[in-house]
Structure formats: structure tokens, C-alpha cells
Design a protein around this ligand. Structure first.
Ligand SMILES: [Zn+2]
Ligand SMILES: [Zn+2]
Ligand SMILES: [Zn+2]
Length: 261
């Protein structure tokens, strides 16, 4: 029943344009776009509501809108989402700048009953970091090889959103290769040798190698993957529990390891 879906989507859009973010849970599905939440995993509607609530606190004039809504015969929809507002207050460790920020990108929308699962599409790198860069959560493009300017505390589902388009876990088929849990060193030894600095460190979960991240000058973890085929790594920071897999483009929470055993 695509007509009903389109009408419901238009209604969702009107509520968002009017700033009725308290109604998000009435429109958003518990399911993620690509899968249903696993046991113990928060619902997609909860994570998106948390994200928008934080954004609204930092950008009091926040607006979200869907344009160019198109629904196909199966009831799947595409649209362009636009997020706008003035960054007045602290957001995840970054002070308000007073700057107007705005971002537009394509989304896919799947109807589940009278609710919706949403995924950001077309996540080419410059596009996907557009809004987070305007919010100064990441450094300017020409300073990505530098340590972060602000002590950003990323909600992990925001990182997943930036990397994969979804606020939920994406599966990885390499979990059985994990043998290491704690980093043996806390520097990129290859960068130290050549007198380079790095923004962040990653640890290979197959062998324990520690190397600099993909925005560093030398990208030693990416090089390690190319040389060894070890594709699964995590942030070295104890307060960051996420894991990334190069092969699957999977980004997921450490807690997933417990869920899959
Ligand atoms: Zn994998
Ligand atoms: Zn390095
Ligand atoms: Zn390795």
C-alpha cells in the first residue's frame, strides 16, 4: 500500500519540520534498515531519538526535513534529508561555535508497519563527514592528520552512522580470527621511528599490531591490513568500544562479541 506509506511519510516530514522531535518514536521503527536489533541491542528508534535529542540541545533551532520523497511499488522510499541549525551549545565535547550548519544527503526508507527504518546513502567520504566537520567533531580537511582539536566524546552509534549510514551494528564474518584484546604498546612505533605524529591509534585484533589510523599521514594500520590481510581492528582507547572490519566495512560495538559468543 504505497499510497498509505507516502501519506505517513509526508506526515512524519511535517512533524519534523515543525520541530516535533518528541514524536520520533511514533514514526521510527525498532528495526534497523538492514536487520532487527539483536538481544540487548537498543532499538533503532531509541538510538536515533538519542542522537536527535543531543543535536537539539546543542542546536536549539534544529530542523530536519525530507525532500523529494519517492515511494516505489514495494513501499520502499528514497528522499533527501536536510539537517539545519545554529551550533550554540556544547555537543559531545565540542563547544558551541555560533555557526549556522546545514547538511543534505540521500536516505533510504523502509516501511515496517506504520513506522520507518532509515539509512543514510551515498556515504562517500567528503559527504559523510560534512555535518560532523561543520560541527567541528572532526578537524578541517587539511588538518585531518593532526590530533583532534577538541576532546570529542563520540556516541558510538554516531560513528557507525558516519561510517556505515546506519546507527546499528553491521555484521562481520571475521570474528573468529580475533585473538588479542589488549594493546601491547601505546604508540605507533613506525611513526615514532620516522618522527611523525598521528590523530589516533588502532590495534589489530588478529595479531596485536598497533598502528596509526586512516586519517594519519602514514596510515600504518591500513598498510598492516594490506600486508597481512588482518582486516579487523579496534580503537586503542579504553573508552571507545568499537571495532572495524576493512573487508566487510563493518563497524560494531565490542559488546557484539559477547552476543555472538
Ligand atoms: Zn569482517
Ligand atoms: Zn603510524
Ligand atoms: Zn595484525
Amino acid at each position: 500500500m504505497p499510497e498509505g506509506i507516502e501519506a505517513r511519510l509526508q506526515e512524519f516530514d511535517r512533524k519534523l519540520r515543525d520541530g516535533h522531535f518528541e514524536l520520533l518514536r511514533q514514526f521510527l521503527a525498532k528495526d534497523y534498515f538492514g536487520y532487527s536489533p539483536g538481544p540487548g541491542e537498543p532499538a533503532a528508534s531509541d538510538r536515533i531519538t538519542d542522537l536527535v535529542t543531543d543535536l537539539k540541545a546543542a542546536l536549539p533551532d534544529l530542523t530536519v526535513a525530507f525532500d523529494n520523497i519517492a515511494v516505489d511499488a514495494e513501499g520502499n522510499a528514497t528522499a533527501e534529508v536536510t539537517v539545519q541549525g545554529t551550533h550554540k551549545n556544547e555537543l559531545w565535547g565540542v563547544p558551541g561555535s555560533g555557526d549556522a550548519v546545514g547538511w543534505t544527503g540521500p536516505v533510504s526508507i523502509r516501511a515496517i508497519g506504520d513506522r520507518f527504518a532509515v539509512r543514510l546513502d551515498d556515504l562517500a567520504t567528503p559527504q559523510r563527514v560534512g555535518l560532523v566537520r561543520q560541527l567541528r567533531l572532526v578537524n578541517p580537511a587539511d588538518e585531518m592528520d593532526q590530533p583532534p582539536h577538541f576532546p570529542v566524546v563520540w556516541p558510538e552509534f554516531l560513528l557507525r552512522l558516519v561510517f556505515t549510514g546506519e546507527v546499528g551494528d553491521r555484521p562481520c564474518s571475521h570474528l573468529d580470527q580475533i585473538t588479542v584484546s589488549d594493546p601491547p604498546v601505546s604508540v605507533c612505533e613506525q611513526c615514532v621511528e620516522s618522527d611523525h605524529i598521528w590523530p589516533a591509534l588502532r590495534m589489530c585484533l588478529v595479531c596485536g599490531f598497533v598502528g596509526c589510523c586512516d586519517t594519519s599521514t602514514n596510515r600504518h594500520m591500513a598498510q598492516h591490513y594490506q600486508e597481512t590481510g588482518h582486516c579487523i581492528f579496534r580503537s586503542i582507547r579504553d573508552d571507545e568500544g568499537w571495532i572495524w572490519c576493512y573487508e566487510d566495512d563493518a563497524f560494531f560495538d565490542k559488546a557484539m562479541l559477547d552476543r555472538v559468543g
